[in-house]
Design a protein around this ligand. Structure first.
Ligand code: ADQ
Length: 463
């Protein structure tokens, strides 16, 4: 069986396993263990000068190899291009895009650096699986060095419709780079449709109904692979956590009040200010919930070096202060706002405590929090998921209360509906969502991508 090589901006820590590691890291590690493999990425270090030989560490049959970046490369590649240009573009936020040629050059430079450092570690029949928007050009860079292996790419975030995508200077190059892969995976049919439309409208290429594309002198396959979670493990974690000291402390602190929970990286794509406003709307429109419901928003700081994220943080601090100042009582703060990460078991216990899971991104490739919230529920008395129609997860879980995240009144109404939903309806909705989460897990996602990559049809000479 061919070895698997995974490339992602950050690798999992070689010793990070089980409950501490995130679901994606666990899934990828299992896929690597099955075939033996290599996981290549940035070490997290910033260092001047040549990156040198990759630092390697073995864990069982997996080799972890990482390289440092210079501060200037990190700035151009990660801060400005990946997160200042591609992230807002792919989340439909044209007004937030910055485009600097120097950052773009840096993005290409780092992709070339990754290719140069990875190429000597490759074996001829390795399957190479590259992850996410940091590395659109990596296959092209590897192919320029003569690497002919099968290469797959999975985009964790949305691919926007051509009307939005074409706002990116040099968008053709981005899609041409995507076509250098043998298999391109997206989260949902919508993202795949964006790719198809782009190929049809902006290139002389074609894409047939089976997903085979011919464009920019290359031929490959494109398909949707909706990512899942490790459902059984997360459900088990939450059952164990139901009785943990942390969960009990949370329960006692609520003093009989219902809990509404939001858990997100502090990111403008997640719609957190709109969610705060929606909670305010709930308290205005349904005064019966005043003093009876607490909204806890967990939002660890993310990408704090990017200006837009600093502005978001200030905005949220304003929202929390206004809502608590206006509605709070001497014995009740309506909003609890925590800028920190929690171990997975603690999160699982918090999710299980919450009567409502509020997941309202303005755009999201999938959103694993929505799936984790569902998996963590007590089957006998499950909570209700309120879910944005613009999260990829809404495709797989139409039994959630689906909302438009821009309509704060609609979200407020949905939270009210969730808080008052009869048990039988909650269970019926939850059972269907849980069946879907058990069918499509992180393990089945990895397997289906790798199997398809192993069999992907390549034809360098096509079109
Ligand atoms: P993210 O934008 O990071 O992922 P999401 O899918 O929700 O969004 O994954 C976040 C993960 O981090 C979840 O597993 C969650 O439990 C964890 N997490 C969040 N806050 C935490 C906290 N305070 N403490 C501990 N853990 C926390 C990107 C895309 C998504 C896509 C995923 C996977 O933007 O659309 O679903 O990749 O493909």
């Amino acid at each position: 069986m061919a070895r698997l090589v995974i490339v992602s901006n950050r690798t999992a820590a070689p010793r990070d396993r089980g409950a501490r590691a995130g679901g994606l890291a666990v899934g990828l590690r299992e896929a690597l263990q099955k075939r033996g493999g290599l996981w290549f990425g940035w070490s997290g270090e910033l260092r001047e000068g040549d990156a040198g030989e990759p630092k390697t560490q073995e864990a069982g049959n997996i080799l972890f190899a990482t390289i440092p970046l210079t501060p200037a490369d990190h700035d151009d590649f990660y801060v400005h291009y990946a997160n200042g240009t591609l992230w807002p573009l792919c989340h439909y936020r044209l007004g937030l895009i910055e485009f600097r040629r120097s950052a773009y050059e840096g993005y290409l430079r780092v992709n070339r650096l990754f290719a140069e450092k990875l190429a000597p570690l490759l074996r001829p029949d390795d399957l190479i699986w590259i992850h996410d928007y940091h590395f659109f050009p990596l296959a092209s860079a590897l192919r320029a060095l003569g690497v002919t292996n099968r290469m797959g790419f999975f985009l964790h975030i949305p691919l926007p419709a051509p009307e939005v995508l074409t706002a990116l200077p040099r968008h053709r190059r981005l899609i041409a780079d995507l076509c250098a892969y043998d298999l391109v995976g997206f989260q949902t049919g919508d993202d795949l449709q964006s790719f198809t439309s782009y190929i049809e409208r902006e290139t002389a290429g074609t894409l047939d109904p089976r997903g085979t594309f011919r464009a920019f002198g290359r031929c490959g396959e494109a398909a949707a692979f909706p990512i899942g979670i490790d459902t059984a493990t997360f459900a088990e974690l939450s059952e164990q956590a139901a009785d943990s000291a942390q969960t009990r402390r949370l329960h006692e602190s609520l003093a009989g009040r219902r809990l509404v929970i939001g858990v997100d990286r502090l990111d403008y794509s997640k719609g957190i200010p709109q969610r705060m406003e929606a909670f305010q709307t709930l308290l205005e429109a349904y005064p019966e919930h005043r003093g009876r419901v607490t909204y806890m928003q967990i939002a660890p700081i993310s990408r704090g070096e990017v200006e837009e994220y600093q502005a978001l943080r200030r905005d949220l601090e304003g929202w929390v202060g206004r809502i608590n100042g206006r509605f709070g009582e001497y014995d009740w703060a309506p909003v609890r706002y925590l800028n920190k990460a929690f171990p997975r078991q603690a999160l699982a216990g918090f999710f299980r405590q919450a009567a409502v899971g509020l997941v309202t991104p303005l755009r999201d490739g999938m959103n694993l929090v929505a799936k984790e919230y569902v998996a963590a529920q007590d089957p006998a008395d499950p909570g209700v998921l309120v879910l944005s129609r613009f999260a990829g997860a809404a495709r797989a879980m139409p039994q959630a209360l689906i909302v438009n995240p821009f309509d704060v009144e609609e979200i407020g109404d949905a939270v009210h509906l969730a808080l008052t939903m009869p048990l039988a309806e909650r269970r019926a909705r939850w059972n269907e969502m849980m069946a879907e989460l058990r069918r499509n897990t992180i393990q089945s996602w990895c397997e289906s991508f790798v199997e398809r990559l192993a069999g992907a049809d390549t034809d360098e000479q096509a079109a």
